[in-house]
Design a protein around this ligand. Structure first.
Ligand code: G3P
Length: 476
């Protein structure tokens, strides 16, 4: 069995007990990774990370930028191997896995560029700019200490790198806990970081059972910033039990696509199908409900169904759109949502087709969904798309905003006059006009409201969230 050691304080270590990583495409055990199952050992990891930070923070900015670039280059030169690990570990299509690795390398390089801009342009207050008399106040950006990063399975490299890169370039040390389906790539990243030359303790891959130790991790005294991507239940608990740390939480979504009466329906259908079904809907920014008026309903549904019926379904190595779901529980959960909707009068537009041995759920559009159905509110993280018909725009807006989530939204219309006014009525972090929702390009701020998150990501905002300021005021 492939038993992989993880990197803690500069050493590759093993543990008595292991966590099991399965291949979602065949349910076979892929690897065993360390299960760090000891409170004192966990506390010590943070202490060592803090000690490492005390030295690393004084390294030169040029050295940190160069180290991050070296780390990025190593990822780039190992991209096929990394993409293969992603494909096997989380059943993402090989080509999409490769794109994810390449996006992560770009993310690191852009982080270097933006960090240098921030550092070279400290905020200055003086007479000429703000009328501050007899003082020149300069505010520098500094690291905060130990950053704790906790990442999900669905972008196992990209959502780790988007937390590690800003933390490292700014001079923080990092303890990161990858999702167990995602731990192989997490450890591989640690190997490459070690090879790049990060000093012991600056980067640590803590593979452990988060259900058991989650509270201990996030409340550790040395943790000064926490960046978490995962579910709202866990994220909300983190917000409750932490204090005086920088908190960035990305917690999922139920992104609506609102199709207005004057929309280009062909465009809307293309974007909706892409947004709802890529990576089998396992994205927090996936379109997870469609609102269409009775005027356009039949035509839009026909277009969506035509496209959904053509989606390719299969194993990740063949690069289909619909790939296996992350595990059998997710398949069951999606089927429960479908059955609940059907029992309350929804119409399944495709037959229910499941291949349990590969965790493959075929895509399904569910028509005539109403607010009594769980699928109108819950996040399936699977390839199922509810269609909700509205009579008046106000009714659609009310249902959109009644969701506990507010990550992103899409509005389809051919009339851009006053579109901002409508967009601003939607309670979500970002509203995409005539496009499906998505996090990228990574330079854009990315955030959610309500149960979708707290704090802001995106290249610049992530650096800001992992740094603090120090002012030097020269009195004249
Ligand atoms: O699901 C996590 C999330 O960050 C989505 O990213 O690039 O698919 O919009 P993206």
């Amino acid at each position: 069995m492939n038993q992989i050691k993880t990197l803690i304080n500069g050493q590759f270590i093993n543990t008595k007990n292991s966590l099991e990583v399965y291949n979602p495409a065949n349910n076979e055990l892929l690897a065993l990774v360390p299960n760090i199952d000891d409170e004192a050992q966990i506390n010590d990891i943070f202490k060592q990370a803090h000690n490492a930070y005390l030295k690393y923070k004084d390294s030169s900015i040029e050295d940190r930028v160069a180290l991050l670039e070296k780390f990025a280059s190593l990822i780039e030169s190992n991209k096929e191997e990394l993409a293969t690990i992603i494909m096997n570990e989380v059943a993402k299509g090989y080509k999409d896995s490769l794109v994810e690795v390449e996006r992560s390398v770009e993310y690191m390089r852009a982080t270097n560029v933006e960090y240098l801009k921030l550092i070279k342009n400290p905020t200055v207050f003086d007479q000429s700019i703000h009328g501050v008399k007899n003082k020149v106040a300069t505010y520098y950006r500094l690291p905060v200490g130990v950053v704790l990063a906790i990442s999900p399975f669905n972008y196992p490299i990209n959502l780790l790198i988007s937390k590690l890169a800003p933390a490292l370039v700014a001079g923080n040390s990092v303890v990161y806990k990858p999702s167990t389906q995602g731990a192989m790539i997490g450890i591989k990243l640690a190997e490459l970081a070690h090879q790049a030359g990060y000093a012991p303790g600056v980067i640590n891959c803590l593979t452990t059972d988060a259900r058991k130790y989650g509270d201990l991790l996030v409340t550790n005294q040395y943790v000064k910033a926490l960046s978490f991507t995962g579910g709202p239940k866990v994220g909300n608990r983190m917000a409750q039990i932490t204090s005086k740390i920088s908190l960035v939480l990305e917690l999922g979504g139920k992104d609506p696509a609102l199709v207005l009466d004057d929309a280009d329906l062909e465009l809307a259908a293309n974007e909706i199908v892409k947004g709802a079904f890529s990576y089998s809907g396992q994205r927090c920014t996936a379109i997870k409900r469609v609102f269409v008026s009775s005027k356009n309903h039949d035509q839009l549904l026909t277009l969506i169904n035509q496209k959904v019926n053509q989606l390719t379904v299969g194993l990740p190595k063949d690069n289909p759109t619909i790939v296996p779901l992350i595990n059998n529980n997710t398949v069951k959960y999606n089927i429960d949502l479908l059955e609940d909707a059907k029992s309350k009068g929804a119409v399944w537009c495709q037959e229910l087709k499941v291949d349990h041995s590969h965790n493959l759920l075929y895509p399904m559009v569910v028509d005539q969904v109403n607010e009594q159905m769980r699928i109108a509110w819950e996040e399936p993280f699977g390839p199922i798309l509810p269609i909700i018909v509205y009579d008046h725009l106000d009714q659609a807006l009310e249902l959109i905003n009644r969701s506990e989530y507010g990550l992103q939204a899409s509005v389809f219309t051919s009339n851009l006059d006053n579109i901002e006014q409508l967009a601003l009525q939607i309670e979500s972090g970002t509203i995409n006009i005539n496009r499906s929702s998505s996090r990228g390009p990574d330079i854009l701020p990315f955030f959610g409201v309500k149960d979708s998150g707290f704090g802001i990501q995106g290249i610049v905002d992530a650096i800001l969230s992992m740094t603090t300021i120090k002012g030097v005021v020269i009195n004249k």
